[in-house]
Design a protein around this ligand. Sequence first.
Ligand code: DP6
Length: 390
Amino acid sequence: MADNKVYRASTTAPVNIAVVKYWGKRDPKLNLPTNSSISVTLSQADLRTLTTASCAACFADGDSLTLNGELSDVSGARIQACFRELRARRAVLETADPSLPKLSRMALKLVSENNFPTAAGLASSAAGFAALVQAIANLYELPDSPAQLSLVARQGSGSACRSLFGGYVAWRMGDKEDGSDSMADLVAPASHWPNMRALILVVSAAKKGVSSTSGMQQTVATSGLFRQRISNIVPTNMAAMEQAIKTRDFAKFAEVTMRDSNSFHACCADTYPPIFYLNDVSKAAIRAVESINAKAGKAIAAYTFDAGPNCVVYYLDEEAPTVLGTFSSVLGSGVTGWKEGSAGIRSSVELEDGIASALRDGVSRVIMTSVGEGPLKTQQYLIGEDGQPV
Ligand code: DP6
């Protein structure tokens, strides 16, 4: 009898923000990095991608992906690599047990949605590829561990491999040519250091900057400073960061986070021609964090920036009055995103007028979040039992 069933599975996956940055590929085809990296997985209550993967013998139009309501191109090499790897793993199961439905031969229909505005310019590719890989793995009932799935997600987007885990996550660069040891690894679960918080200052960029993929290629090809970064700076920062996380040493965590962000952006400036991701608002955010730490007499806040002007500030919940208070004193209720009365907190940290006005003019919204869990299976479906988007 013909199999008319629509097979479905859904997952959510988190965003992660690196504290030791991935920047540089030693193999662009397999997406193998020039250095290891570490990130913090952010709470899915605030930032997550929800993806439903489905397949059916009657899906006649080939593989498809609808992203935030728009049909997306699936012909790219990266997404094709993910489909190929996952189908191969399913095919192994089908060969071992011929009674299993032949899902690996059916077209895939994927529907995906973010719970945060794409316009915020937040790196959504990590959550997106992690959700895509995990949703298909759920659909195919693969026995693979998060680390094994991270090998697949890495080929979609490097940083995505770290979103297969919650908490504090390392991406070990590995040294094998085929990339089979370049995967994510849990440094500590979210419960190990649950009072970690992140305040994201969303800074509107006038025009779209250089993409990470092309920016890092230009850095690898032209920056001398970058060679110093991958041979000395990152190995030192990796060891110090792992130690800081294991011992819950926030001052050390903060120093390494800020130094590593500075090192990464210095390598961007050393790229020829130079790449600038930070703008005057980003620099004002750095100065504000410095003022907070100077007043506290120790590092209680840490800034970090990816390939764009948005600032992520890490801090511990017990320091919220000072850290949040400094930013809310300046931004007040003029921006959206404050939670539970935090717009009204005032701190005694005084920022220079130029810094306060740059933040007031340039920060369009804030996102308050915390450390969170890895992908979560859900019964919420974006595709109905009839195979149509819902
Ligand atoms: C600055 O993971 O977006 O955010 O592998 O080319 O997709 P591709 O790059 P991507 O790069 C992220 C770079 C970063 C640092 C980081 O997340 O570690």
